[in-house]
Design a protein around this ligand. Sequence first.
Ligand SMILES: [Mn+2]
Length: 432
Amino acid sequence: MRISQDKLDSFNKANLATHQTAFNALSDILSNNGYDVNSLVSKISKFHIATPSWALGTGGTRFGRFPGGGEPATLEQKIEDVGILKALSNQTSSVSLHIPWDIPSDAAAIKGVADDVNIAFDAVNSNTFQNCADGANTPNGKSYKYGSLCNSDPAVRDQAIKHNIDCIEYGKALGSKALTVWLADGSNFPGQANFRHQYQRVLASLKEIYKALPEDWYMFTEHKPFEPNFYSSVVNDWGSSLLLAKNTGEKCLCLVDLGHHLPNTNIEQVVSRVLMEGRLAGFHFNDSKYSDDDLTAGSLKPYQLFLIFNELLDFMEGDELDNPDLAWMIDASHNVKDPMEDLLQSLDAIALAYAQALLIDKKALAAAQESNDVTLCQEILQEAYRTDVRPLIAEARIKAGAAFNPIKAYRDLGVRQGLIDERGYDTVSSGL
Ligand SMILES: [Mn+2]
């Protein structure tokens, strides 16, 4: 299913007057305060986030899963759905695959499907938190029950290393440029495993995988404090992730998944530290109340998201975030909302946080910090945060031929019903 440009144009046309009034009012205020509105709109327009293939279908919990209709059952359909998100929002233009859930058996054909809707391939994600499909119970199959790259059995480590190298090969065929390694490795009980040995085995295994990394690729490590193991994780925090990255090689960087922190962790400070060391790979955007809740980005802590963008813009030369070396991705799981609507809400929240951060008076903030004017520091940040930047995002979308309000367009144009008509009610999104 595709949304025609005609439909999007008439949707925008019908709502143009309301948007134009709001945009003109905001433009006047911003221009009077010295901002270049065209440049702001252009920066927002260029900032795109990758969509994870696994978020296009309904997720679940260990208690159950409640799928909706018309969900993508094949990799081709997942790419088609990302094409719809792109058409509606102009905020995503790539898909991140998960191996083995999305093995591209015919890479040329899959690339063709993606080219048709102008979708590129983001980082490839390996999976050693489940046993491989050919089974741990077969004569040659090895189980990840006690870890993968950290396992005490070298044959298990070799299998996990090979899986990651296979992922690189799949990614090469599609034009990906990065491998993401998130490890479930750790332990559930005190004394179960030796922290040092587990870490050293992971490092040695990552070095083996790194040898297979093409010249223009990156490898990402991703930390997580607990789950599925509850006593210890091998890559438990940004410090361990940074140690692994630095000890593995120059092209090994640290990915920050916003849900992979203990409650009240100052994630914006984590971002600042990893950036300072030149090792920030990018983000897995989501939101959470407790830990890895995988909720819609910005649904609970939009101010935190804004503060993270403040750190990014503070560090970067200029304030354009279309830096090809940073990986921007949503990593969420949608249990109660339509997955496509949930992704559109996340894309919207991320763009809002970026736009708000673009309004921070960096010079004034730096001066207030130097003179220890704490009140003024807060005023400067919140002045930017409390500006309603929604008309800027809408304008960026309209200029790119997308819908000024993607959720409203998704509903008004009956996208979900169209997908159900095409695919039926009983589809199962692979891997979930
Ligand atoms: Mn993640």
